[in-house]
Design a protein around this ligand. Structure first.
Ligand code: SAH
Ligand code: SF4
Ligand code: F3S
Length: 477
């Protein structure tokens, strides 16, 4: 990027920021004139990036005078931050928006907003406009920074639709209200250039843009000062960080810089694309103590034929070579992956190759999905080989194989002492705390009532039980 281009972008961003602040102040004036402070409820449907966007939405809402509420029943404003990656996520959103119709009939002043990835698809925004008339605000991922302006119009009883495709922007300085410590999410890139043939993300998030290293490092420093001990660096493909910035830090160099920040004790990142993972990244992961011994490396399929149809741009052999290098450099690495079953054109032979790859690698955990057709993606036009019944049968078989591997790998931790960063009190019992090992494994451990103050601490936990999805343990005396 040339200097003059760069300064144009900065000026545009500054103007956007001033406009945002102006609308935040205007909404605040309206809110302050209300008899009681209104409550806002924000629900996140998607990935970590979606959740990071929700933290910005909440930040703007708080600055505008709203009180955040975890209870939808008492909310004066409901905001659904949606995900478009698979059909079931979309169906859930439609169901929940439908259910709000009666609520709004009883409470006409309630505002309803739907935003995020789903809204960046034209056919969805149109459906909401015509069939869900009780929705007041519809805005896509590119309009996030304009939320105060959108809300200002909605408070003035104007229905707002802001779903334009402006794929090229980054706006810094949007207010943020993070989830409480110890984990902080920090975006390094937005969007994606890879166009895997099944995936909607590049269409709803736009082309890949890297944030400046300075902005990322400043955000990491701020979180450390606020008591966050763990940072999760986010991007659809973190390994291509900086490719659009010309000369600058690569992802592995950025990672080293984050390690130098006092107060941050653990660093994770996701997602890594196998085609872009560098030897230098593996070397930094092995060398830097703060970088967790965990790698999420989506394979999607074990068949070269399917990987090619998916446009993944690596092969089974090159993927296995990365795994070999990672394990050689970091012997205790915890490996996780994503797998799609039933991609169009996938045969039973292709599926067998995925199964054999899972057995060969032995991932600690997999995130598996049955292929979901996404409007506008190339795979949506490809013919199927297998029936839905066959796809489901393969899926179930795969889970059985993987669950056995996950449980067996977890049992290796029995009797060991693990350093666990405590994330919170368990949802099922106030006497149980939950946290993660350096490898990212969930550990539940009991502790007497009133020990919630241990949240955010790094503790030594002796592992006493191992299940498929989590470990159990006790606090070392
Ligand atoms: N950028 C990340 C992940 C993006 S979406 C990556 O490249 O790995 C998270 C996961 O959802 C993907 O890894 C893939 O396994 C799954 N996924 C994406 N589109 C899908 C679709 N149309 N049907 C089923 N699963 C899908
Ligand atoms: Fe989707 Fe592929 Fe981009 Fe991941 S890398 S977001 S799967 S297009
Ligand atoms: Fe994430 Fe779903 Fe969007 S996975 S990027 S919220 S489509």
């Amino acid at each position: 990027m040339t200097e003059s281009n760069k300064s144009n972008i900065t000026r545009a961003a500054d103007a956007e920021q001033m406009r945002q602040q102006d609308y935040i102040a205007r909404v605040r004036t309206i809110i302050e004139a209300m008899p009681a402070r209104p409550k806002a409820y924000v629900e996140t449907y998607g990935c970590q990036q979606n959740s990071a966007d929700s933290e910005r939405l909440k930040g703007m809402l708080c600055d505008m005078g709203y009180e955040m509420s975890g209870d939808i029943k008492s909310a004066d404003l409901v905001l659904y931050n949606t995900c478009a990656v698979r059909e079931n996520a979309e169906l859930r959103v439609f169901g929940n928006i439908g259910a709000l119709k009666h609520k709004k009939a009883k409470k006409p002043d309630m505002l309803i907003g739907v935003c995020g990835c789903m809204m960046q698809q034209e056919h969805i925004a149109k459906t909401i406009k015509s069939k869900y008339k009780h929705v007041d605000m519809v805005f896509g991922t590119h309009a996030l920074r304009r939320f105060p302006e959108i809300l200002f119009c909605a408070l003035g009883k104007t229905r707002v639709f802001d779903t334009a495709d402006e794929a090229g922007t980054i706006t810094e300085g949007i207010p943020i209200r993070r989830d409480p410590p110890p984990l902080a999410k920090v975006s390094v890139t937005y969007g994606c250039n890879n166009f895997c043939t099944y995936c909607i993300v590049p269409y709803v998030r736009g082309r890949e843009r890297s944030r400046s290293a300075e902005d990322i490092l400043n955000e990491c420093r701020e979180t450390a000062e606020k008591g966050y001990k763990e940072v999760m660096l986010l991007g659809q493909n973190v390994n291509s960080y900086g490719n659009d910035l010309g000369a600058g830090l690569s992802f592995s160099e950025l990672l080293e810089q984050v390690c130098r920040i006092d107060g941050i004790e653990r660093i994770r990142f996701m997602t890594s694309h196998p085609k872009d993972i560098s030897d230098r990244l593996i070397e930094v992961m092995a060398r830097e103590k703060k970088v967790c011994n965990q790698l999420h490396l989506p394979i999607q399929s074990g068949s070269d034929r399917v990987l090619e149809m998916m446009n993944r741009r690596y092969t089974r052999a090159s993927y296995l070579e990365i795994i070999r290098k990672v394990r050689a450099a970091i012997p205790d690495i915890v490996l996780t992956t994503d797998v799609i079953v039933g991609f169009p054109g996938e045969t039973n032979e292709d599926f067998e190759q995925t199964l054999s790859l899972l057995k060969e690698v032995e991932f600690d955990m997999i995130f598996s999905f049955i292929y979901s057709k996404r409007v506008g993606t190339p795979a949506a036009e490809m013919p199927d080989c297998l029936t839905d019944e066959e796809k489901h049968a393969n899926f179930d078989r795969m889970l059985k194989v993987q669950n056995e591997i996950s449980k067996r790998l977890n049992e290796r931790y029995l009797g060991t002492v693990q350093r666990v960063l405590v994330e919170g009190v368990s949802k099922t019992s106030i006497n149980t705390l939950t946290g993660r090992t350096e490898g990212g494994k969930v550990v539940n451990f009991s502790c007497p009532e009133g020990r919630g103050s241990l949240v955010g601490e790094l503790l030594d936990i002796e592992i006493t039980d191992a299940q498929t999805w989590s470990l159990f343990g006790r606090l070392k005396a």
